[in-house]
Write a protein that binds this ligand. Structure first.
Ligand code: 5GP
Length: 117
């Protein structure tokens, strides 16, 4: 579990460790989850190191919007649009957050149960 300014995702942003990048802008990066829970499992992150949605402030509004737009773009790219998909972000220990750099999970390619466990 990584807290604070730098995380494993910081290393991915800086290209210090490899990742299967599927989408990139100057402010957003999307790459395949190393431990996918579905045929498509992509993480969409801001390049700015915000710990979670709970740590976001008013000046982060634009980047939070960009993340959602990027998630939808990734889903289209991955062919998830006709069937549907899930975008989820875990916040804190009870939700199972393990990397403390805000990320949206884009999950799809199989039927998804609701509510999650
Ligand atoms: P969380 O549980 O914090 O919402 O999700 C963190 C996600 O990051 C997990 O699904 C985990 O598999 C993924 N992950 C952790 N380390 C790495 C890594 O080094 N590379 C990639 N691509 N994914 C990672």
């Amino acid at each position: 579990m990584t807290h604070g300014g730098d995380t494993i995702f910081g290393k991915i942003i800086r290209k210090e460790i490899p990742a299967q990048i599927v989408y990139e802008t100057d402010r957003v990066l999307a790459f395949r989850d190393i431990n996918p829970v579905a045929p498509v499992h992509v993480l969409v992150i801001p390049k700015k190191p915000i710990e979670s949605v709970a740590a976001a402030v008013a000046t982060d509004a634009e980047i939070l919007g960009e993340l959602l737009i990027a998630a939808a773009e990734v889903a289209r790219q991955e062919g998830l649009e006709p069937g549907g998909y899930r975008v989820v972000t875990n916040i804190g220990a009870d939700a199972g957050q393990t990397v403390f750099h805000l990320h949206l999970h884009v999950i799809g390619g199989r039927p998804l149960l609701w509510p999650p466990g």
